[in-house]
Design a protein around this ligand. Structure first.
Ligand SMILES: *Cc1c(COP(=O)(O)O)cnc(C)c1O
Length: 345
């Protein structure tokens, strides 16, 4: 076997989940598993999360929600916030998936489909708190609540949650978003809605700021041990990266060696000359990244077949590499090609 391998420690993942839960309590952690659980492999991640007591999942789309349902079982609560049309709504109703709803037309469509199916759709209404990435604008919020109340009386939908998404880029902007969120919540409560799941924060705000936690927090990155670029370190967060990209030495030449991983596997070519990998003999500068091979500097010790850690525990983290490129660790991880074998410890 000469291909690279993404080795995922499910024990480290379970440790991270414990740290997340302790940090955000009494809010409930909703594990976000979009992009194939940030490249770590949806099914094993969901199975371990469910076994560790996670009962709330954020799937992004309905198709992913169905995969979560198949693994996590009937009692898991699954929230899909990106749904596109009637077929999606029908699937969500059949699989008992909560739907994120960010505009009134879509709310009406959900209501119409649910009425036709003789079901009640559980919806989480999204208020736009400033990101303008879908969500009901504050000036339309009370109309949306009226609509939701009518649909709720008819039994077609039930508003179980209100949510929004924030930039987590500056405290001041987030505070402003939170004020808008609070006023949307107050209006909903005044309109008679009983809310079970109010959720606003993702990893960074959930960890840093208690007042952003409400009933639930949507956690992706930190559960996988991916710290924010430019943010607090893993030690301070109490989480560790769970995935390690490994490759094997293919050839050894004077002063350098070639390892079997390249940009086609998802290692950004722009990292050539700007990262180091680790073997049992120590660190090696990466001098060139090709399609499926990478050259590393090496004195004599390496032999073909030796394993090298490209990133992850033992070498630079995905976020370390991301910082070199001015991006985020999630991007390094989700770029790891599906052709790279995943193994689980
Ligand atoms: C991806 C995503 C999250 C998780 O964000 P992290 O920073 O990875 O924890 C939360 N909410 C929404 C809407 C997302 O798209």
């Amino acid at each position: 076997m000469s291909g690279p391998e993404l080795r995922v420690s499910l024990d480290a993942f379970a440790d991270n989940l414990r740290a997340v839960r302790a940090r955000v309590a009494p809010a409930r952690p909703m594990l976000v598993v979009k992009d194939d659980a940030y490249g770590q492999g949806l099914e094993p991640i969901v199975a371990r999360a469910a076994a560790s007591g996670i009962d709330l999942f954020g799937s992004f789309d309905v198709a992913t929600g169905l995969r979560v349902r198949a693994v996590a079982g009937a009692s898991a609560r699954i929230f899909a916030w990106q749904s596109t049309g009637e077929a999606d709504i029908t699937s969500a109703l059949e699989a008992d998936i909560d739907l994120g709803v960010g505009d009134r037309d879509f709310l009406r469509l959900v209501g119409a489909v649910a009425a036709r199916e003789w079901r009640t759709a559980r919806v989480h209404l999204k208020i736009d708190t400033g990101l303008h990435r879908n969500g009901v604008r504050p000036e339309h919020w009370s109309d949306a609540l009226d609509e939701a109340r009518a649909l709720q009386r008819a039994g077609a939908t039930r508003v179980v949650g209100i949510w929004s998404h924030i930039a987590e880029a500056s405290d001041a902007e987030d505070d402003l978003a939170r004020a808008r969120f609070d006023s949307a919540l107050t209006q909903a409560q005044d309109a008679g809605f009983t809310l079970e799941l109010r959720h606003l924060a993702a990893s960074a705000a959930a960890f840093a700021r208690e007042e952003f936690r409400y009933d639930a927090v949507r956690i992706g990155a930190f559960a996988y041990g991916v710290r924010s670029a430019g943010g607090p370190g893993e030690e301070m967060l109490g989480v560790t990266p769970i995935a390690q990209l490994r490759a094997r030495v293919l050839r050894v030449d004077p002063g350098e060696a070639t390892i079997g991983v390249g940009w086609a596997h998802g290692l950004p070519a722009a990292l050539a000359g700007r990262m180091r990998v680790r073997s049992t003999y120590g660190e090696h500068d990466v001098t060139g990244i090709g399609m499926d091979e990478t050259r590393i500097a090496s004195s004599a010790e390496l032999s073909p077949g030796d394993e090298v850690i490209v990133f992850g525990p033992g070498a630079a983290s995905a976020t370390d590499l991301a910082e070199t490129l001015g991006t985020v660790g999630e991007e390094i991880l989700t770029r790891v090609s599906p052709l790279v074998g995943r193994t689980y410890l």
